[in-house]
Write a protein that binds this ligand. Structure first.
Ligand code: C5P
Length: 230
């Protein structure tokens, strides 16, 4: 670990998609690559933080120098996050939720592979809502990290939707971005975000995901160590 403004601080980052099983060989997922979450973990590490990285099955390489916890489903991810925030675990100073968690899981995943039916009829999938990990953590009465940051990928009215989301989820900051296909952001190497806090909305220029991560890590460091802290 390098000496930096976050030396001695512990930050939790969630990243990647989740996989929601249909049966032992099939799943439902989304297109999150995990690139922004990995970049953020590395930027926080570079500032000296001890990073706990809870990731779904992402394509992006895992960050080095972080404690990596691999999970599959949203419920697995919540369990790993809860374990990291348990009263007997070392305290987490900030938590950033960059994962693209599936909103729904298959209500009753089959324990054996679902077979094609000889009569040509098709199975119907019924869904159940997944736990909202960010909201659960942000609204915890005890053991809530001092800074809780969510992401909001939107395709329209980005600032209005993300501002409402910040209040609904109870997090401190929302990093909002426009993922309309025309932006090329989803799956791309660049990002253009607006940081929403109680101070309002701050639009950042279009930057690489690495540079966006560095800026966000610097802001987290400033918040945790700055003059307005405590
Ligand atoms: O509501 P929406 O999915 O747009 O919110 C996005 C934010 O909430 C992200 O920070 C994401 O990591 C988090 N989230 C979560 N658990 C869910 C859904 C979203 O932690 N089930």
């Amino acid at each position: 670990l390098s000496a930096g403004p976050l030396t001695g601080r512990r930050v939790l980052v969630t990243s990647g998609p989740t996989h929601e099983p249909i049966d032992p060989v099939r799943y439902i997922a989304n297109r999150s690559s995990g690139a922004q979450g990995t970049a953020l973990a590395e930027a926080l590490r570079d500032l000296g933080a001890e990073v706990v990285f809870v990731t779904g099955p992402a394509d992006a390489p895992r960050p080095t120098g972080a404690r990596v916890i691999e999970v599959q489903s949203a419920r697995d991810m919540l369990e790993a996050v809860d374990a990291a925030l348990a009263p007997d675990a070392p305290a987490i100073d900030a938590a950033v939720f960059a994962a693209a968690v599936a909103d729904w899981r298959v209500a009753s995943a089959s324990n054996s592979k679902i077979k094609k039916r000889p009569d040509g009829t098709t199975p119907a999938l019924e869904f159940a809502e997944n736990p909202d990990i960010l909201r659960t953590v942000a609204r915890r009465a005890e053991g809530r990290p001092g800074l809780v940051v969510g992401f909001a990928a939107e395709t329209d009215d980005v600032i209005a939707h993300a501002t409402a989301k910040r209040l609904r989820k109870g997090c401190d900051w929302i990093v909002a971005n426009d993922v309309s296909p025309a932006t090329g952001i989803m799956g791309g190497t660049e990002n253009a975000v607006t940081l929403i806090s109680d101070a309002g909305a701050e639009e950042w220029p279009r930057l690489t995901k690495t540079e966006t991560a560095r800026r966000l890590a610097a802001r987290i460091a400033a918040h945790l160590t700055g003059p307005d802290h405590e």
